[in-house]
Design a protein around this ligand. Sequence first.
Ligand SMILES: Cc1cc2nc3c(=O)[nH]c(=O)nc-3n(C[C@H](O)[C@H](O)[C@H](O)COP(=O)(O)O)c2cc1C
Length: 159
Amino acid sequence: MKIDPMEFRATMGCYATGIAVITTLGDQGEPVGVTVNSFTSVSLDPPLVLFCLDRNATSLAAFDAAGRFAINVLAEDQQSVSARFAAPVDDRWQGFDWYPGPVTGMPLFDGCLASMECELHAVHEGGDHQIIVGEVREVRPTRQGKPLLYFRGRYDRCA
Ligand SMILES: Cc1cc2nc3c(=O)[nH]c(=O)nc-3n(C[C@H](O)[C@H](O)[C@H](O)COP(=O)(O)O)c2cc1C
């Protein structure tokens, strides 16, 4: 039986997630970043994580080519950061401070709950998305606080 896409989306929306901005560097060394809620852990040994990226995403080529990426886990007061890295604008980084991660050089920024630096481990086909798997090289829980959540297609917060 064919699954209705809207019903599928509404059903998956019942599964609450956090939100992360995944970053890399483009071929000119420019920062690239995209908001995702498909980030999850995969394996403890070796330490693997994944996120799923739309095959039409403009950032896809940069993630494939760079071979490294960083994960910035958003806190509840970073909804505007999520919106910034999901918006179709020319330069998401304009007026936005970042610094290179000490291990991979991939872009990190302040105010997140945690960050990780990864080497690209594998890329798998996943229908209209690519499943991008990274091996974690560095972990950094950076501050206390609550996460920004995504639930039923909307931003949410812990009570
Ligand atoms: C809360 C939230 C979660 C998202 N999760 C994903 C995701 O997991 N994968 C994805 O490809 N796009 C996701 N998006 C959409 C991208 O952020 C958006 O399409 C972005 O413009 C893609 O950027 P790009 O085309 O520059 O790569 C999400 C957006 C929001 C607001």
